[in-house]
Design a protein around this ligand. Structure first.
Ligand code: SF4
Length: 306
């Protein structure tokens, strides 16, 4: 009998659930008034959720200028956070703002600011063009220009030796790689303050997905094409199981990927709704055309569900 293995932590994380709830709550307070509500960039990297927000007349704006020209009243900041400049400009434009920045990201911003105020170099590990990193850098830059963003272990070499540094990571950064970067930077710094800013949801999801890839003959990763945390899951799974495929919705599934596999792994990024995961599982079951056993996989152990 074929099995579908589902990563226990697949799907929405706390920060995404909170951001969506805040957006729906904001829409519900319209009370028939014609307020224009918008998000600064897509609230999450999931087209279905973005469409559902549009049904509630919450549209995504590319930038503040567009929000102003469309006469938006209320602007929702997404879970990645925004830059200090964007926050300031939104105020200047008279926009009411709803801050859906994930508390984990806010903590990273605070750490960067406190290190900058202490006069330390602020080393941020992550994707330099990701909105979360841009937001953190912009806040530290209010107090210092001693900031470096590095994306990989090799880039530690670019950081001068002997610095008094503080280091923090993008919340979705792979924990093992961060540990290596911290160790390497520690050896060349005069002192180093290490912040553990990778969120627990990320650690659990990456750990569960790695275990899933070990146990599966093929892996389906569900998530937005622009989602950083989904891309990390794909990287992790592909290194362990080369038959790893990425989809945003069930309609992209290709049965050739998994027919003949005994164990089909399914995991999903933090922006993937439960309904999408269930739809993918239903389609896999239909394609297999025979009873399928389900198992929930964690990075610690595998437990039988049905
Ligand atoms: S992945 Fe972590 S940091 Fe990012 S929104 Fe979710 S809970 Fe927050």
């Amino acid at each position: 009998m074929a099995k579908i293995l589902l990563a226990e932590s697949a799907g929405f994380c706390f920060g995404v659930e909170r951001a969506i709830a805040l957006a729906y709550e904001t829409a519900s307070h319209q009370n028939g008034h014609s307020h224009r509500i918008a998000t600064l960039g897509p609230l999450i990297h999931n087209p279905e959720v973005v469409s559902s927000l549009e049904e509630r007349e919450i549209y995504s704006m590319e930038n503040l200028e567009q929000a102003a020209s469309r006469k938006v009243d209320t602007l929702i900041f997404r879970s990645h956070g925004v830059t200090a400049e964007a926050e300031k400009k939104a105020k200047e434009l008279g926009l009411k703002t709803v801050d859906a920045t994930c508390p984990y990201v806010l903590t990273s911003q605070r750490y960067a600011v406190s290190a900058a105020k202490r006069g330390q170099w602020v080393v941020i590990v992550g994707n330099p063009s990701h909105p979360e990193i841009l937001g953190i850098v912009s806040r530290a830059a209010l107090y210092t220009d001693k900031i470096r963003v590095i994306a990989c272990l090799e880039e530690v070499e670019q950081i001068p030796s002997g610095l008094d540094a503080a280091i923090l990571a993008q919340t979705t950064f792979p924990p093992a790689l961060y540990d290596q970067i911290v160790e390497t930077l520690g050896k060349k710094s005069s002192s180093i303050k290490v912040y553990h800013t990778i969120c627990s949801a990320t650690e659990e999801r990456q750990r569960d997905s790695a275990k899933l890839a070990e146990l599966s003959d093929c892996v389906i990763v569900i998530g937005g094409k622009n989602s950083a945390n989904t891309a990390k899951l794909v990287d992790i799974c592909k290194k362990i199981q080369s038959h790893t495929y990425t989809i945003e919705t069930a309609s992209e599934l290709c049965s050739e990927w998994f027919l003949g596999s005994e164990k089909i792994g399914v995991t999903a990024g933090a922006s993937t709704p439960r309904s999408t995961i269930e739809e993918v599982i239903a389609r896999v079951k239909d394609a297999i055309g025979m009873p399928v056993e389900m198992e929930i996989v964690t990075g610690v152990e595998v437990c039988k569900q049905h």
